[in-house]
Design a protein around this ligand. Structure first.
Ligand code: GN1
Ligand code: MG
Length: 364
């Protein structure tokens, strides 16, 4: 990506700003994201959407824009300044769409940067966990009356366990002997956990768990904070689709309760932090408990385990497929991510009794 290309792309959108410089924000595994600094604020976020992952980019942008509008309307009692720190704002392209398709067939979108915001890959205190819980609980709360028939299913079966197992089995058929042998221990773990990891899916299919609008990518790095650890805004609404509450609760827990980054290779540093589990759950339930059934609340712990597992499975699958989906920095990166997630599951399982007793209806 050259500076000229980025300036050209930026100028396909409606803004009255003068470009100064750019820097890449490299934490995502799918899209390419850049911060554009301009002569006067606001700054902008310019994103190239990975259209081999997201097949329907216009549908994706339509989801993102309408979810933002819905939340904006709900929060219209806030001052503009507060609103602009709590809800993503998308910039229209000069052609009236919310994306620009360039001559290479790549799709771009632009958002207004929320200034003085930070993200965390690893949580360092319980306040961040609690604030993260409030924000993702509130996201579910604010979107609970959004008509899901207006949403494009951007990645069908995104958190569907049988589908992810099917992909894993296909990958096993084409994987090299070398990669299979490096992954052997983890292939066994997948088999061991298979049945239990279908519990949430079965409850969903039997209609016992309510379908609602879910974010589906609630890792903690998808939440903006201010410098005092107050939660500001949920970002990366690429995968907003109908789902069950466990998807959002679980994926957040996966990252909030991990004492190390998702790809930390020193597994001695990877533990499941119960204090952060409680703090996140407290914030989450404060915002959304009134819309949850006893079954939904009581299955949150297994939901969290399931979401850690599904990411382990997907990283492992991509490793077996020779890294065709996630961005990787070195050949064993996906395997290291999978190992890390399996270690987190082990650490969670060791503490499951405590997690479960504390879970039953309690807000602490
Ligand atoms: C991907 O690109 P990013 O980092 O927002 C992935 C999520 C995974 C996550 C793991 C569309 O999200 O499902 O949880 O990596 N997004 C997609 O860090 O597959
Ligand atoms: Mg994402």
């Amino acid at each position: 990506m050259t500076q000229e290309q980025l300036i050209y792309t930026f100028d396909q959108f409606k803004h009255a700003s003068e470009y100064v410089s750019f820097k890449e924000l490299a934490s995502g595994h799918i899209n390419d994201t850049f911060l554009i600094e301009t002569k006067a604020e606001p700054f902008f976020i310019v994103q190239r959407i990975n259209h081999s992952v997201f097949k329907d980019v216009p549908g994706l942008l339509s989801n993102k824009v309408s979810i933002s509008r819905h939340i904006q309307n709900k929060l219209s009692y806030l001052s503009d300044e507060e609103l602009h720190r709590q809800v993503l704002r998308f910039v229209q392209a000069k052609n009236g769409d919310y994306y620009h398709k360039d001559k290479h067939g790549d799709y771009w979108n632009v958002m207004i940067y929320i200034k003085d915001s930070v993200t965390h890959d690893v949580v360092s205190n319980a306040k961040i966990a609690y604030e993260g819980g409030k924000l993702s609980g509130n996201f579910l709360n604010l979107t609970s009356d959004f008509d899901t028939s207006n949403l494009t299913e951007v990645i069908p079966k995104f958190h569907d366990m049988p589908y992810r197992f099917w992909q894993f089995e296909q990958a096993l058929k084409v994987a090299s002997e070398d990669r299979k042998s490096k992954a052997r221990v983890y292939l066994l773990k997948v088999a061991e956990l298979k049945e239990e990891m279908h519990i949430i899916q079965k409850l969903k299919e039997s209609g016992q768990l309510k379908l609602r609008v879910t974010h589906n990518d609630t890792k903690i790095s998808n939440v903006l904070f201010d410098k005092h650890d107050n939660g500001l805004c949920v970002i990366d609404t690429d995968t907003v689709m109908p789902g069950v509450v466990h998807y959002d609760f679980g994926d957040a827990i996966r990252t909030i309760c991990n004492t190390a980054a998702e790809d930390e290779t020193n597994l001695d540093l990877v533990h499941f932090n119960i204090e952060f589990y409680r703090a996140y759950k407290k914030g989450f339930l404060e915002k959304v408990a009134s819309t949850l059934s006893p079954l939904e609340i009581n299955t949150l712990p297994i939901g969290a385990k399931t979401m850690i597992f599904i990411m382990a499975l997907r990283f492992l699958t991509d490793y077996l497929n020779n890294d065709i989906y996630y961005k990787t920095k070195y050949p064993e990166h996906n395997l290291d991510r999978a190992k890390n997630q399996f270690k987190l599951i082990d650490s969670m399982v060791h503490q499951m009794d405590v997690i479960k007793t504390k879970n039953v209806y309690s807000m602490d």
